[in-house]
Design a protein around this ligand. Structure first.
Ligand code: GLP
Length: 241
């Protein structure tokens, strides 16, 4: 693992952007694995600014997103498909046909997981961007998820429901289940870039970087990835010294 500690959120986002830009410049048809949450928003703003100022093109870029709440689709402003369109895709020249995410409204959840796995098996992400949950989850792989897991439906933990309720009108509106890429699908990416900021992530970052590799801390599996970069601000890195 390569660990980069930054002064603040802006510097974290700028360093992350440099990595994404080099992937996109090297391969203008790259497959980017993307994440939702507040953490990557600064990275996405940098990508949009750079596209507008320097014309970096995403016309041939494809994307796969990590996860989606069950029961929500693009008509819900809480869905991750909506989040990606508003916070990234609408600011780029990307073709929405090349952007992929689980269908939260799929009638047959198992068939939807199989469809997504097939897509992921057909091509590895050139880079996978990740955030981290305060309990060490990545995507929606909660503590205890098998390292060998592929796309599946999860029951969200109380702590994740609580953390994510800040983005909903009330905690009752947070879906209790979600589709998520599995840990094996994430580890299949050629490169991994995981971002964390704020004191609330310090314990999770410690577990990911210094703790035992254990299914109890899903992000700890990243210690086994051959090309993983962690970029965190000094608050999230506070327990690493
Ligand atoms: C959600 C997402 C994760 C994300 C995490 C942290 O649970 N499924 O992919 O990493 O939240 O979110 P935030 O970046 O808002 O702290």
């Amino acid at each position: 693992m390569k660990i980069i500690i930054t002064e603040n959120y802006e510097e974290m986002s700028a360093r992350a952007f440099d990595i994404i830009k080099s992937v996109v410049t090297e391969n203008p048809s790259a497959l980017l694995g993307l994440a939702t949450g507040s953490t990557p928003l600064g990275l996405y703003r940098n990508m949009i600014d750079d596209h507008k100022k320097n014309g970096t093109s995403y016309k041939k870029i494809s994307t796969v997103n990590l996860d989606e709440y069950e029961g929500l689709d693009v008509t819900s402003d809480q869905s991750y498909v909506y989040f990606m369109r508003k916070n990234l895709f609408e600011g780029l020249d990307i073709d929405l046909k090349n952007t992929n995410i689980e269908n939260g409204k799929a009638k047959d959840a198992e068939a939807e997981c199989a469809r997504y796995n097939e897509l992921l098996h057909s091509r590895a992400q050139d880079i996978q961007v990740l955030g981290i949950g305060s309990n060490g989850h990545i995507a929606f792989n909660e503590p205890g998820t098998p390292f060998g897991s592929e796309t599946h439906i999860v029951q969200l933990t109380e702590s994740t429901i609580r953390d994510n309720s800040r983005l909903f009108k009330s905690i009752d509106e947070v879906p209790r289940r979600a589709f998520t890429m599995g840990l094996k699908n994430i580890m299949n990416a050629k490169k991994i870039l995981i971002l964390a900021n704020g004191a609330g992530k310090a314990k999770a970052v410690y577990g990911m970087v210094r703790g035992a590799v254990t299914e109890e801390v899903p992000a700890s599996i990243l210690q086994l990835h051959p090309d993983c970069t962690v970029i965190c601000d000094k608050d999230a890195a506070a327990l690493l010294n």
